[in-house]
Design a protein around this ligand. Sequence first.
Ligand code: ZN
Length: 147
Amino acid sequence: MPGIEDLYREIILDHYRTPRNRGELAPPAVSAEGNNPLCGDDIRVYLDVVDGVVHDVKFSGQGCSISQSSTSMMTVAVKGKTIEEVRAFVRRFKHMMTLTEGDDEVDQSINLGDIEALQGVVKFPVRIKCATLGWNTLLEGLNEATK
Ligand code: ZN
């Protein structure tokens, strides 16, 4: 049996207690909303993309500690990256969490850093959607920003 400590690693609790980049961005920043009805997680991601770079990113909403901390870590990771870098980073993360992305498309050399702490969530399948919610919402925001 996986232990509960695998789910609530210190770095995850830290981002839950002290979320980074929490708030909203005014237009022309775009936003996207994601929901996870199974858990009641509700997240909106705001993106300010300038010249193909994620210049600023913020998130609002509510939900469980996994959804909130994963989204907080995501915002720290993608800020300042180009859209292509962000998409590759999301593929790498989703591959770690779900193993559903094609191996060929995943750049295993990308270092996820602190975000690897979320790998423990994989042992709790019902929580994987909590961990990936903010990231899928980010992808929707990127689509909106690059329309
Ligand atoms: Zn959740």
